[in-house]
Design a binder for this molecule. Structure first.
Ligand SMILES: [Zn+2]
Length: 410
C-alpha cells in the first residue's frame, strides 16, 4: 500500500460540505493533506473520481443489533401516530413478537442473518458500529467485513440470583473478551438493557465493570417505560408482572433522577432513543455530556412516531445516529436515518445530521480520530457518483441506492 490522493468535486469533511477539495491519504489511510493546492503531492498516485462525485467519511451506525438480523422483515410495523397519541403497548407488542418468533430461527438462519447484516453495513459505507449483543456472536462477521467499533454485551433481568451468576461470568471472562475484541478492532463493555428491564444493583455493577469504557443503555424509548419507572404502573409494569415479576422495587422517581442515581449520567454512557424525553430532561443529559443516539426509523417502525430532534439539538447533547436492529427497520443504512429526520425536520441543517452519521458517531463511540477529514484522522472514505446537483447532501438522500465505493487503502 502506498499513499493515494484524489480531488473531490464535493467533500463532506465530517462537519461541513466543501467543494473541489484535494485529499492525500498515507499508506494507513490517514489524512496527510486536505485543501486546495496539493501540488507538492503530484507524484502521489491519483484516484480519478467521476464529475459531481460526493465523497464522505465512512459512516457510523452507533446503535444496532446485528444478531437480530435473521428476523428482518418478519415483524409488524406500528401505524403512524404522535408522541401524545401513541399506544403505550406498541413497544411491548413488537418486543413480544420478536422474542416469541426467535426460536423458529435456528443457528444457521441466525448466522446467515449476521453475515447478511455485516455485508449490508459495508455496502452502505459503514466503518464503525455500536453493536448490542446478547449472544456475543457478531465479532467474526463484522471483522471479516472490515468493520470496527464497540461491542455492547447486554444484560437484563430482575432475578438477583441469575444476575449474580451472569455478572460473575462476565467479570471472569472479561479480560479475554476484551483482548479478543481488541484484536478485531472492537472495544468490549457489558451494559444493561434498559432501566426497567434490568435491576438497579446490576446496572450499577455493570457500569463499574465497564470502567472507563463507553457504555450504552436504551432509555426513555416509550411512555410505558416512564410510567413503570416513575409510578410503578402502566403497560410495561403489567407486562413484567405477567412474567411473574410482581412487587418490583420501582424507583417511583423522575426517570432522569433514577438514571443519575445509577451512575448513568457519566458522560460516557450512550443514551439510546430518548423518544419520549422532554426538554428539561435533555438539558440535564446534555449537561452531563452523555452522547444521545437517535434511531428514528426504528421509533417509527415500533412506536409510530419520531424523537423530538429540535429539542435534542436545542439541549446541545452530542448526537449520533443508529438504525437499531434490522428487525425494526427497512435496512441498516444510517443515511436512511438522516433522510427520515431531514424529511420530518426540514429546518435542521443537513450538515448537522451528516455529522451525527459520521464524526459525531465516531466521537460518541470513543473513536475521535475516525470518520472525518482532519490531518491525522482516518476517515475510510467512500465516493458516490451523483446526478448533477448544487445540493449534493440532499441529492444523496434521494439516491441512497447509488453505489458507494470505498476510496484509498482502508
Ligand atoms: Zn436497540
Amino acid at each position: 500500500m502506498t499513499m493515494q490522493r484524489f480531488r473531490a468535486p464535493f467533500l463532506f469533511d465530517g462537519t461541513r460540505l466543501r467543494q473541489d477539495v484535494a485529499v492525500v491519504l498515507d499508506a494507513e489511510g490517514r489524512v496527510v493533506f486536505v485543501g486546495d493546492d496539493s501540488q507538492r503531492f503530484e507524484s502521489v498516485p491519483e484516484i480519478a473520481l467521476p464529475p459531481g462525485a460526493l465523497v464522505l467519511p465512512g459512516l457510523v451506525n452507533a446503535h444496532t443489533h446485528v444478531e437480530l438480523s435473521a428476523q428482518a422483515g418478519t415483524l409488524p410495523r406500528a401505524l403512524q401516530t404522535t408522541r401524545e397519541g401513541a399506544d403505550e403497548s406498541a413497544f411491548l407488542r413488537w418486543a413480544g413478537a420478536l422474542v416469541a418468533a426467535r426460536p423458529s430461527f435456528d443457528a444457521d438462519a441466525r448466522a446467515a442473518g449476521r453475515t447478511a447484516a455485516a455485508q449490508a453495513l459495508v455496502r452502505f459505507g459503514t466503518v464503525l458500529v455500536g453493536d448490542v449483543t446478547n449472544e456475543a456472536s457478531t465479532v467474526p462477521c463484522l471483522q471479516a467485513a472490515g468493520i470496527e467499533g464497540c461491542i455492547f454485551h447486554e444484560v437484563f433481568g430482575w432475578n438477583a440470583t441469575r444476575l449474580d451468576a451472569s455478572l460473575a461470568t462476565i467479570a471472569a471472562e472479561m479480560p479475554e473478551k476484551k483482548a479478543e475484541c481488541a484484536a478485531a478492532g472492537f472495544r468490549y463493555a457489558p451494559v444493561p438493557h434498559t432501566p426497567y428491564t434490568t435491576a438497579p444493583e446490576a446496572i450499577a455493577r455493570l457500569r463499574a465493570l465497564a470502567g472507563d469504557s463507553i457504555g450504552a443503555i436504551h432509555f426513555l424509548e416509550h411512555a410505558a417505560e416512564r410510567r413503570a419507572l416513575e409510578g410503578g404502573e402502566g403497560a410495561a409494569a403489567a407486562w413484567l408482572e405477567s412474567l411473574g415479576l410482581t412487587d418490583l422495587p420501582w424507583p417511583k422517581q423522575p426517570a432522569v433522577d433514577y438514571a443519575a442515581a445509577l451512575g448513568l449520567l457519566d458522560g460516557k454512557t450512550l443514551l439510546v432513543h430518548l423518544t419520549v424525553a422532554r426538554s428539561d430532561e435533555l438539558s440535564r443529559i446534555a449537561a452531563a455530556g452523555n452522547p444521545v443516539v437517535l434511531c428514528p426509523r426504528s421509533n417509527l417502525f415500533i412506536l409510530g412516531f419520531l424523537p423530538d430532534l429540535p429539542a435534542v439539538l436545542a439541549a446541545g447533547a452530542p448526537l449520533a445516529l443508529g438504525t437499531d436492529s434490522w428487525a425494526s427497520n427497512d435496512d441498516l443504512d444510517v443515511l436512511g436515518e438522516v433522510a427520515a429526520l431531514a424529511a420530518a425536520y426540514p429546518a435542521v441543517p443537513l450538515e448537522t445530521l451528516y455529522t451525527a452519521a459520521t464524526w459525531g458517531g465516531a466521537r460518541a463511540l470513543g473513536f475521535p480520530d475516525r470518520s472525518h477529514f482532519s490531518v491525522g484522522a482516518r476517515p475510510r472514505p467512500f465516493a458516490v457518483p451523483l446526478p448533477p446537483t448544487t445540493d449534493p447532501l440532499r441529492t444523496l438522500l434521494a439516491h441512497r441506492h447509488l453505489p458507494r465505493s470505498p476510496l484509498g487503502s482502508s
